[in-house]
Every structure is written in C-alpha cells, then in structure tokens.
Design a protein around this ligand. Structure first.
Ligand SMILES: [Zn+2]
Length: 470
C-alpha cells in the first residue's frame, strides 16, 4: 500500500465527495429511476419483433401515460387498418400554445434475437456488471423508456411547456417493415404529429472513448437507401454443349468491375463539419487527413481514410452486391442470372445518377439495370445555430464542454419521413455508449446502467429546452 500524507488524503476525500455530489446532480429523482427501470423491463419483455408487431407495447405505453395523469384525449393508440398488430401510440403534453409542437419519435419494434446466440435471454431485462442486457436496450426501448419517463415526470410536476410536446412511439421501423408508423402517421394522421421540430432518439448520441466522454453526435442527414437489380438473359441450352455466351459469366464479369470501382468523393455541409470537428479530437496523420478533406486537394487524404469502411461510408456513395440467383438446373445453360446491388447514396445524389454510374461501370448493355421500388429522397436538415444552442444548453447542464458534432448516418431511420413531410429532424440518443462497442442488432445488446439513468435526466432537460419559445 502506498503511504499518502494526511492533507493529500483529505484532499482526495473532498475531491471524491465533490465528484459524487456532481454525479448525483446529474441523476433523476429516485422515483423516476425506479419508474424508468420498471418501464424498460416491461418493454424488453414484450416481444415486439416484426412477426409479433408493436401493438402490445403501444398499449403498455398508453397505460403508463394514462396512469400518470394524461387525459384519454391526449393518448391515442392506433394502427393501420390493414396491419392491426402494427400499433403506434401518440402522447401529447399540452403547452401554452406558442407555436407548433415539438415532436419526439421512437420506434417500439426490435429486430429478431436468437436466444442461442446470447449469453442472457434477449427478451428478459438482465442487470449484470453495470449493464442492462436485452433486445432493444440500445435500439431503442432504452431511449423510448427515457422519453416516456420524461413525459410522465413533466406531467406529474405540473410543467406546462411553451408549446405542446408530442411523443410518438411507433411501429415497424426495422427491416421487413411494411407498416412504418412514422410514415403512416404523417400520411394518415398528420394532425397528431404536426410540428416544426422533430427529435428522434433512434441513433447515436453521446459517445464514450476509453471510458471518457468523447462527443455528442447529432445526425442531421442520412444516406439514401436504394436497391438495384441487375439481370442478364441468354437463350440457354444443354450443359454438354457450353458456349462462350453465358448468363452467369456475363453477370459476374460485370460484378467484378463493380467490385473494383469506387464512387467519387462527395462531401456535404454535414460531413464537412463532421470531419473538421472530429479532426480536433484526434491527432497525427488521421487528423491531418480529415482536415485535408476540406482543403484544395483532398484526394490522397480521402483515399487513405477510405480504407476504413466507416470513414469510407461518410465520403462517398457505396454500392455492394448482396444477393445472387442464377440458373434453372444443373444440366442446363443458365437462361437468367440476377444480382441485387444495395446502394447508399450521399444526400443530393439521385437514384437516376447512381443507375447511370452503375451502367457505365458494368460497361455491358446486356446487363439490364433497374431500380427496386420507389426511392424516398433524403433531404438534409442543417444544424441551425438556434438548435445547436439548445443542444449546447442541455449538454452543458450535464457535461460542460463536451463537443456536439453534426453527422450523417450511413444507415436509415424514420427521420427521413419527417424530413420528407417538411419537418426538420435531428437524431440523437439520450445515452452515452462506447464508440468501440456498438451492439444494436447484435448479440448481448446492452446499455450502461449509469448511462441509462443519467440519460433520463438529460432527455428530461433536453425536451424542456427544445420546447422553449424565445
Ligand atoms: Zn432503431
């Protein structure tokens, strides 16, 4: 044991006491910690995968709001008539009517989880080693819980915001979705979700790096999701008499060219800001390369950064072959070969432009390229000074000085439907997670217990700040 002086020991004790007092300031009142844990447990233990739907979860959320004192008229459970199990619930906290409401969106559905892959039961809330485990803890029943708890706390405290605060908990955001709740509410029940500012807590938020607070990310845009089908056809024949023309060889020759192709560097307002600001948190060649991206000759730096798939996705449109089907029988020359190519487009690029690029790269008019389904454009929501200031105020009240950095999601979220409906939308989770250990959609999904409770206090403060009118 190391000997320390009395004075040093006293100072250390005071420091520890001060630190824990500060940490306690960042926690919600005990009753709301208990409540949020109960709600999280309830939601995790309602299986709301695509096959099961989210109606039961929506009803549970509604019951909580009603029990907390919300009027029945301000709690609406609803599902599309042709998808009755895809339940949504919309809760409205009445304000002073100063302008359009603030809207919170969060999905209630989760992706499947195979219990055999997990070390805990994915549909039970398990607290272990300082974490809550369960499917949806990170994506996104943890965040739903924090928003619902904040809505309940504001109601019980008699808080009346300047404008209404609406929280919509919705269906079918995840893959396979055919009744996306946000899309449907905007199309069929606009009056329930009409707002001029949308917060979506489905995504990254606070990041930890080596246990330290790194930055708070605010997604202002996302890449556009577009799937293309590639097809070759051939007159076929008997496999005993092969010819040079062959539907499989023709298609795969094109795919090899696509594999070797890299779409051009394309930065947006958001990614320029992202790289400039994230560079300050880094050092050495990586930081220099990020700064060079916004300089006069970015190509060499972009090429080095692109070796990392995560950075590459920020720098350009990507397209990748994900499925292949071909041939009719083992002794028949194939009359058809078919590939699915999945693309994520930088905002501003159109599917038509991407298709033209694919056709040029494939370099074979015999490979027929078509786009799969209607493509929703994905406009960017600029991070305005006003919104940045509001985030700053909420973050500084909890964690003074932690950087707030706008970024673009490589994946897709429900914010695209809010933006399409003309409502600016920002995506930012209330919880800090480890940037090197993201588990959403994966096995042993989890959130830190402390990060969860602390996130509850942050979301409560953030909602109040965002709802303020000058
Ligand atoms: Zn999600």
């Amino acid at each position: 044991m190391k000997r320390i002086s009395r004075a040093a020991a006293l100072a250390a004790m005071m420091l520890a006491a001060g630190a824990s007092a500060r940490a306690a300031d960042n926690m919600p009142p005990a009753q709301y910690q208990v409540l949020s844990r109960e709600i999280l447990k309830q939601l995790i233990e309602i299986n709301s995968t695509h096959a099961n739907g989210s109606l039961v979860a929506a009803q549970a959320v509604a019951r909580r709001a009603l029990d907390a004192g919300y009027a029945a008229a301000d709690v609406t459970v609803l599902a599309p008539p042709d998808h009755p199990t895809k339940g949504n619930v919309v809760i409205r906290l009445r304000g002073k009517g100063r302008g359009k409401p603030l809207l919170l969106i969060g999905h209630l559905d989760v992706v499947e989880a195979n219990p055999r892959d997990w070390t805990t039961d994915p549909f039970q809330l398990v607290e272990k080693d300082g974490y809550f485990y369960g499917r949806g803890t990170e994506d996104m029943k943890g965040d739903d819980t924090l928003v619902l708890t904040a809505m309940i706390r504001m109601k019980q405290e008699g808080y009346v915001p300047d404008r209404d605060i609406i929280a919509a908990f919705t269906a079918d955001e995840e893959a396979g979705g055919d009744a996306d709740g946000v899309q449907w509410l905007f199309a069929a029940h606009r009056d329930l979700v009409d707002s001029d500012l949308v917060l979506n807590t489905d995504g990254e938020g606070g990041w930890l790096k080596n246990g330290q607070r790194y930055f708070v990310g605010v997604e202002t845009s996302e890449k556009l999701y577009a799937t293309f089908e590639l097809e070759t056809t051939n007159k076929g024949g008997h496999s005993s008499l092969p010819r040079p023309d062959n539907a499989i060889y023709q298609l795969t020759a094109g795919l090899q060219k696509l594999a070797a192709y890299q779409f051009p560097l394309r930065l947006t307002d958001t990614t320029r800001r992202y790289f400039t600001e994230i560079a300050r948190l880094k050092s050495g060649p990586e930081s220099a390369d990020m700064l060079a991206l916004v300089g006069p000759a970015p190509e060499a730096a972009a090429a080095r950064l692109s070796r990392d798939p995560v950075q590459n996705a920020q720098l350009r449109t990507t397209c990748v072959a994900t499925m292949l089907r071909a041939g009719e029988g083992e002794s028949a020359l194939p009359s058809r070969a078919h590939a699915t190519v999945q693309c994520r487009l930088i905002p501003g690029e159109t599917p038509e432009q991407t298709q033209a690029t694919l056709e040029r790269v494939l370099g074979d008019p015999g490979i027929h390229v078509s786009v799969d389904g209607p493509i929703d454009p994905s406009p960017e929501t600029p991070l305005t000074a006003e919104v940045q200031t509001r985030f700053r105020k909420a973050v500084d009240s909890m964690w003074p000085g932690v950087p707030i950095i706008p970024d673009m999601a490589a994946g897709a979220s429900d914010s695209v439907f809010a933006r399409l409906a003309g409502e600016p939308s920002y995506v930012s989770s209330g919880m800090f997670t480890d940037i090197d250990d993201v588990r959403d959609h994966g096995r042993d999904e989890r959130v830190g217990v402390h990060a969860f409770y602390e996130g509850g206090e942050y979301v409560y403060r953030l909602l109040k700040v965002m709802a303020e009118r000058p």
